[in-house]
Design a binder for this molecule. Structure first.
Ligand code: ADP
Length: 666
């Protein structure tokens, strides 16, 4: 059994989350549309899905718009093509009509070839539109050809190119006397140049193509680009086997190459990245929330299972948190206490002023570092003794936000201490009485002999004087009275001694272990004060002894106290070892108390046990004498020797119960 000083709780700042986080139980879960976020693992994907739906909608709109544009463009192109074709045909019709007029002149006026070549209508036609005019006879030979340097009709048409385009021709048959054929060649390119308005040319690439897809003439050089929208109309009888082709210059951009698509692609990309980051964030938030909830649950469980009450107050002294133990200690629910300001409902009504003073001291940060004792009142009215340890409460940023206290209920401990104190007092009283009895007994013993001697001498003197005749009878009377008084005094002393030694010890089968433990426990404070380690062996296996536990306890207390006193000036480890063993014959148990103090210094047990022998300034010198008397009353003997651990060893033996057949310890 070791008695070491009790550890004290250090008053170090307690770091906690910011003030609201103290309000356990846990906060409600994060929610979205009423559903806990933690149970919606795909919530992060919602913005992405909505964005994709939006993008799909915009794309659908773009596709339909592109189709509408294409159709509109096509309709417009058809209309423009038809209108241009009509204008060109009109023009060719007009030229045909003029050629017919020339043909009529040839028929009716009998123009010669020369006259034909110089005729105003022919010259006008050449100046205006025709490239050449050829008069073919009925046999197919050229009668006249104007201008002469022009390639005549009938040559390879592919060589009749003019102004970067092929030539077309108009022909009128000559009827009547001069049958044959009038053929007027014209430039298709010139035809287009004259008939295609500028706005149409800026809108379309316009070409005249033949059946073989050969471009006869066009407003632009080169073939049509594959991606251009185009439309062809046949040119009709004025230009058989020729087509008017319009290809749109303005290209309707495919929907997937428009700016909105590019923007939306960027938008989707950004939303994708944002969703990814959101997902990561939500996962870490979810993980953190789970960890926090676990931690909160742990903390609540731990705090609820603590035997120590915990109380947190803000700087004004308002209770911001109490654990269950603390609330139970004063008979309230935690919710009833949280938020209260002093005076607290558990303060003792008669001690409100002291409690308030103590509260102000604590709020000023001057609570004792090793804690302080306080008295509270339970809701049911009983008093609760508590030990409170205050510590500053700082938040995560290190800001002082209040005070945290751990509260230990010491009511039971206090009660035990009080009982111990009373027991010790009773014990001391008993010890004093015993000592007084012993002193009186010793005195009676010491006085008895002189009184007997006085009475004997008195009787001798009286006898001698009675034999003489001249003795003053008054002297004899005085001597007789003196003898009577001496005898009376002797009787009184004898009676006192008989009275004092009359008490027989109440011997009964007793366990040694509780007696020794109780004796040592009574000296707990001395042991702690002298910083002595007292080791007591396990004695439960030993048989019971015949002893008076109360008297035996006094012996234990005396011997342990003497050992502690002897160790008070000892440097280094201070030890007292208690040992108990059965004697070889098994009839006695020997109990010894050894210390590592200064030892006996050659003094015998007789000298030490002599009444009134003491080396202590305040010693009475009766302790060992009483011990020896008690031990002898138990039919044992007190002995003092040198201890194996260096100091003194006091030992005595006690009879094992049942050994004499009177009692059975079993
Ligand atoms: P008191 O304790 O009043 O002195 P005691 O009869 O108990 O009277 O002790 C008598 C003396 O015996 C003590 O003063 C002390 O000198 C000596 N003594 C007793 N126990 C020890 C011990 N364990 N070691 C050394 N001396 C001791």
């Amino acid at each position: 059994m070791n008695f070491a000083p009790e550890p004290t709780t250090p008053t170090t700042p307690v770091s906690v989350p910011p003030h609201p986080a103290l309000a356990l139980p846990p906060q409600p879960r994060l929610r979205f549309l009423g559903v806990p976020v933690a149970s919606m693992p795909s919530l992060w994907a919602w913005p992405l899905v909505l964005s994709l739906m939006f993008v799909a909608g915009v794309m659908g709109w773009l596709v339909s718009k592109e189709r509408a544009d294409l159709e509109g463009q096509r309709a417009e192109m058809i209309s423009d093509a038809l209108s241009l074709e009509a204008q060109i045909n009109n023009r060719l019709e007009g030229e045909s009509a003029r050629l017919r007029t020339v043909a009529e002149l040839v028929n009716q006026r009998g123009l010669t070839a020369d006259g034909f070549a110089r005729h105003a209508l022919v010259l006008d036609g050449l100046r205006r539109f025709w490239v050449s005019v050829t008069w073919l006879g009925a046999d197919g030979r050229i009668v006249a050809h104007v201008p002469e340097d022009a390639v005549p009709y009938g040559s390879d048409a592919r060589n009749l190119s003019d102004e970067a385009g092929m030539a077309g021709h108009l022909s009128v048959s000559l009827l009547g006397a001069r049958s044959g054929l009038l053929v007027a060649r014209y430039s298709a390119a010139a035809l287009l140049r004259q008939k295609v308005p500028w706005w149409l040319a800026s809108k379309y690439d316009i070409r005249l193509v033949d059946d073989a897809d050969e471009v006869m003439a066009g407003t632009v050089d080169g073939p049509r680009l594959p991606q251009q929208a185009w439309y062809r109309v046949p040119m009709g009888p004025t230009m058989p086997q020729a087509w008017l082709e319009l290809s749109a210059r303005e290209r309707i951009t495919p929907w997937w190459r428009t700016l909105p698509v590019v923007l939306m692609a960027g938008f989707v990309l950004l939303v994708g990245v944002a969703s990814h980051m959101l997902r990561k964030q939500m996962r870490s938030v979810s993980r953190a929330e789970e960890a926090w909830r676990t931690e909160a649950a742990w903390r609540t469980a731990m705090e609820d299972s603590l035997a120590v009450g915990i109380r947190a107050r803000d700087l004004e002294g308002r209770l911001v948190y109490v654990n269950k133990t603390m609330a139970d200690m004063v008979g309230y629910q935690p919710e009833e206490l949280v938020g209260l300001l002093p005076p607290m409902p558990y303060w003792v009504p008669d001690e409100l002023d002291q409690s308030m003073t103590r509260h102000r001291r604590n709020m000023a940060g001057q609570a004792p570092r090793d804690g302080y004792e306080s008295r509270w009142q339970h809701r049911d009215g009983r008093l609760v003794e508590v030990m409170v340890f205050e510590a500053p409460l700082v938040d995560a940023k290190g800001i002082h936000i209040g005070w945290m206290a751990s509260v230990v209920n010491i009511t039971e401990r206090k009660r035990m201490e009080e009982r111990e104190r009373k027991q010790l007092e009773t014990m001391a009283h008993h010890a004093r009485l015993t000592m007084l009895g012993e002193v009186a007994s010793t005195l009676a013993h010491e006085l008895n002999q002189p009184l007997t001697v006085i009475a004997s001498y008195n009787a001798g003197v009286l006898n001698a004087m009675e034999r003489q005749s001249d003795v003053d009878p008054q002297l004899l009377q005085a001597l007789r009275r003196m003898g009577e008084q001496a005898t009376q005094a002797g009787r009184i002393v004898k009676r006192i001694r008989e009275f004092l030694t009359r008490r027989e010890p109440q011997l009964e089968p007793s366990d040694l272990a509780p007696v020794v433990a109780s004796g040592v426990a009574l000296l707990k404070r001395d042991i702690q004060r002298h910083q002595v380690t007292v080791s007591v062996p396990d004695m439960r296996h030993l048989p019971q002894v015949m002893a008076d536990p109360v008297l035996l306890e006094q012996v234990v207390v005396n011997l342990v106290r003497n050992a502690c006193d002897a160790l008070s000036d000892h440097e280094g480890e201070r030890e007292v070892q208690v040992a108990a063993e059965l004697t070889v014959d098994g009839r006695f148990i020997k109990l010894s108390f050894s210390d590592n103090g200064p030892g006996l210094g050659g003094r015998t047990v007789e000298a030490l046990c002599a009444p009134f022998y003491s080396t202590k300034t305040e010693g009475m010198g009766m302790g060992l004498a009483i011990c020896r008397s008690i031990v002898e009353l138990h039919y044992g003997a007190l002995d003092a020797t040198q201890a194996l651990i260096g100091g003194a060893c006091f030992s005595f033996s006690l009879p094992v119960a049942g050994d004499d057949g009177s009692e059975d310890s079993a």
